[in-house]
Design a protein around this ligand. Structure first.
Ligand code: SF4
Length: 320
């Protein structure tokens, strides 16, 4: 089962871009999970990252700026049997798409949102994106960034996302494992991926994440900035659905998400498996929703003549 297009697809990213690592991790995760390509739908907005659906051998929908989540939610609710992924940049998802990002957390639709987080708008030549910290001056900016940054992990947690993780584009195996966990989780998942943009972000580079600028004087070896939460004994899972534990796990995760600079955690920050998905909420109102979701309802006969009687529906809207 391959998610890689074998020929005829030109990948339109700069050499050394972190997007390649994320693409590989998505393809590997889906292959290892043995999900058939016709059951996978990948939605994107606008930006370098949003070209990703073109490079995955599954259904791909390249939507408009900031809007991949509403498209993806619509598709998932119409056909809950699909595995739905949203791939989007930090600019697309956390600026123009921020309203949709927050609203998605209230619903807990079963989908996975992957944010390619490089701190810049790469496609339009490197303007500061919502995740670039104040005071940082990348090579495309005439002056240091004047705005404070959005924290995607904290925003997702307080918005209601029930699986929140951070990966690194050049630790492909770890990212692949995170994506598998996110896809398997029942509910809305965020995987925020730190993704070097070698063309426009000359501050958060692959070398910076690897700590090559701060060698250990004793050994001469680099001291990596990135470390894995699971190696530090951090427990992100809400084990009992009581409010006290939920609040404690949220606070722990948000505190961890504030670590930056010398030490940058990756891994799962928060997981609450006890919140009903939107599909479950719908089933409690429409009992046969799972058997007959909109995409599986018959709307035409074998000759493709409509079999749905719209007259009755229109009668309801008729003005006297
Ligand atoms: Fe990647 Fe940056 Fe080039 Fe876009 S501009 S493809 S994010 S390196």
């Amino acid at each position: 089962m391959s998610y890689t297009y074998k020929s005829g697809v030109h990948i339109d990213w700069c050499p050394g871009c972190g997007d390649f690592g994320i693409l590989s991790a998505i393809q590997m995760a889906l292959s290892e999970m043995k999900v058939e390509p016709h059951r996978v739908a990948v939605f994107s907005g606008i930006g370098c990252s949003s070209k990703t659906p073109h490079y995955i051998n599954a259904y791909g929908i390249h939507t408009i700026h900031g809007r991949p989540l509403p498209y993806a939610i619509g598709a998932k609710l119409a056909n809950p049997n699909l595995v739905v992924l949203v791939v989007s940049g930090d600019g697309d998802m956390l600026s123009i798409g921020a309203g949709h990002f927050v609203s998605a957390g209230r619903r807990n639709v079963d989908l996975t949102c992957v944010v390619f987080d490089n701190g810049v708008y790469g496609l339009t030549k490197g303007q500061a994106s919502p995740t670039l910290r104040r005071g940082i001056k990348t090579k495309a900016l005439p002056k240091p960034n004047i705005n404070d940054a959005v924290n995607p992990i904290a925003l997702a947690i307080i918005s209601g996302y029930t699986f929140v993780a951070r990966g690194y584009a050049f630790d492909i195996k770890h990212l692949k494992d995170l994506l598998k966990q996110a896809i398997q989780h029942k509910g809305t998942s965020l995987v925020d991926v730190l993704q070097p943009c070698p063309s426009y972000n000359d501050i958060m580079t692959k070398e910076w994440y690897a700590g090559e600028d701060r060698a250990d004087p004793a050994t001469g070896k680099s001291i990596p900035r990135i470390y894995k939460l699971e190696d530090s004994g951090f427990d992100p899972v809400v084990h009992n659905p009581d409010e006290k534990e939920v609040a404690q796990k949220m606070c722990n995760a948000i505190a961890k998400s504030l670590e930056w600079g010398d030490r940058i955690p990756i891994g799962v920050f928060y997981q609450n498996p006890h919140v009903p998905t939107y599909e479950e909420r719908l089933t409690s109102r429409i009992p046969n929703y799972r058997q007959y979701p909109p995409a599986l309802q018959k709307i035409a006969d074998e000759s493709m003549h409509p079999i749905v009687d719209l007259k009755k529906l229109m009668e309801r809207f008729k003005l006297e």
